[in-house]
Design a protein. Sequence first.
Length: 271
Amino acid sequence: MLAGIALLLGLSGEALRPGPDLTGATPVWTAAEPTGREVDVELVLAVDMSGSMDLEEARIQRAGYLDALRHREFIDAVRGGLIGRIAISYFEWAGSVNESSRVDWRVIESAADAAAFADDIAAKPITTRRGTSISNALTYASGLIDTNAFLGQRRVIDVSGDGPNNLGPPVVPARDTAVRSGVVVNGLAIIIRPTGVGVRLDRYYGDCVIGGPGSFVLPIHNPDDFGVAIRQKLVMEVSGRQPSVRIIPAASLAAMDCLIGEKMRPGFFGK
């Protein structure tokens, strides 16, 4: 395991609590005899390209996704599913969703499929924008899942980010709405630089962003670890494997303020 990568571990080495498993979630559909619409996973990659990331970091992050999608471990995970194919979509976001970055739903069941999908992502220009709206990203990703043509045994949003929500609606209601519809939200917390809000981003993601059965957050502390970390995350999401966790009492962790990002905005307390 590379230094700086720790599944469900905080900066001090403590395990994060699993994301909320909200009651009332829509039951996951189970395939009996697969058809062309049926896939093991409907997976949306929602990738942060906010202005707090410089262009070099943005390029490294993009390259990490491209390498992961082309890697044999990812292809083996796809082929190892009950049906042996997944449906996947990709977009980038900041204060709002960059719809021009979107690569629409594709079925992946071979290395050629995955390479073509990665090539389409690579063809998009890399741009960063102001603000961080995880809530807008989750709402947009949920819409992509709800309106696609596929029937997945699992439905997953994979959201990356390097800061807390600071624009748009609060993040918790957006997360809860996704989870209630049967979607699992996993997180990639990019902790290469301090967030400037005085909170551990992996804790924030653990308490405020991820949710659903088996949800997890993976912190990244070093740009060199992007490729391996993203690949490990995609393999777990496609295969349905659960990360190992060390359970600690919830009372030992102070409650996270899920509005911490919004409170840094000028004029917030005057509303």
